[in-house]
Design a protein around this ligand. Structure first.
Ligand code: MN
Length: 356
């Protein structure tokens, strides 16, 4: 029996700002909402939120995109409506969140309405640099995921390609041993997180990513280096990939890492970034015997993994307040500010879920 994935990129639609954005946002958001079983009454709320977010971007943002994504947390699906822009930022965020108050003519119009409609709302703004707004709609509001870890990520293919060679996945590190593991008093179970950059881009890179996904799901390995070995065997005959795997045990404050090829993995704690270094090689072609790397993940730590589609020279202290936000917002702000190269992009963020 193979493990089930907690999460993977899911269907992601990037809509750039242009005159047709509000209509396209409304249509695509409704389509994805229905696809994951959001009921018709809530689909109306999704449409309003997507239209508001799109209209905000169109009227007030320097440039930006609306990202619609089916976000998966175990059995639980949600639709994320994520607005990301390149400025100007919101000077008076509290004012903007008071519906309509004092924010006429700024990006803040409509934020209060979006916040009220969504099951989860989050926002982070950097004056002069840009804002990320998340509105999440659960498919099944009675059954929220409660695995103790929050995760969110973004993938985007290089311009001109339909398929993305960068991908990621999250699963439990071990299958559940006994039913008592479901005991709500017990510590959350460790997870394994993978970031995979299929070499090059286009269909062959995407194929390497798919094989990595399947192998990651099928692997019974509980340690990152073993996972890489399983992926390496499965990916022979593909183009190969750079892959990083982390075993994240936030409840006990421990991370274990193994990576091969050029990707970035780091732990952000109190505005400081600690990088976990990969070994040279290509998973599927040449797998070095990587030494396992351990790291502390103290309270409030955030794990960030991304492909080389993002410049890795961003500084954690350049994002005041960001690492307390939800993972999709963190991913969007880093993606924008780190500086994208002309390549596929993949970014994944994990952190301990807030107590319920
Ligand atoms: Mn790449």
């Amino acid at each position: 029996m193979s493990a089930s994935l907690l999460s993977w990129p899911g269907e992601t639609v990037w809509l750039r700002v242009d005159v047709g954005l509000p209509m396209a946002a409304r249509r695509e958001a409704a389509r994805l909402a229905r696809r994951i079983g959001i009921d018709e009454e809530r689909v109306g709320s999704v449409e309003i939120a997507a239209t508001e977010a799109a209209t905000n971007l169109q009227r007030h943002a320097t440039d930006g995109a609306l990202v619609l994504r089916v976000a998966l947390e175990g059995e639980h699906a949600s639709l994320d409506v994520l607005a990301t822009d390149t400025g100007p930022g919101i000077a008076d965020l509290a004012g903007a969140l008071r519906d309509g108050a004092s924010s006429a003519g700024t990006l803040g119009v409509g934020l209060g309405a979006i916040a009220r409609l969504a099951d989860v709302f989050d926002i982070h703004t950097l004056p002069g640099r840009g804002t990320a707004v998340l509105a999440r709609f659960h498919a099944d509001r009675d059954r929220p995921y409660a695995g103790g870890v929050e995760f969110g990520g973004l993938t985007r293919p290089i311009g001109g390609e339909e398929m993305c060679g960068d991908t990621w996945a999250v699963r439990y590190a071990e299958e559940r041993a006994t039913e008592s593991d479901e005991d709500p008093e017990s510590l959350p179970r460790p997870v394994l997180a993978m970031m995979c950059d299929g070499l090059g881009h286009g269909p062959q890179a995407a194929r390497a990513g798919e094989v990595a996904q399947e192998a990651f799901r099928a692997s019974r390995a509980t340690r990152p280096q073993q996972v890489l070995e399983d992926l390496h065997r499965a990916m022979r005959g593909t183009r190969g990939a750079a892959v990083a795997v982390v075993r994240a045990d936030f409840a006990r404050g421990r991370l274990e890492f193994a990576g091969v090829g050029n990707t970035t993995t780091c732990v952000v704690t109190d505005g400081r970034r600690a990088s976990l270094l990969s070994s040279p090689g290509i998973v599927g072609a040449h797998l070095p015997r990587a030494r396992p790397v351990s790291a502390d993940a103290g309270p409030g730590s955030v794990l960030v993994m991304h492909s080389d589609g993002l410049n890795d020279r961003w500084a954690a202290d350049g994002f005041p307040g960001l690492f307390a936000r939800r993972p999709p917002v963190i991913a969007a702000q880093i993606l924008r500010d780190a500086g994208a190269r002309r390549d596929d992009i993949g970014v994944l963020v994990l952190k301990q879920a807030p107590p319920r």
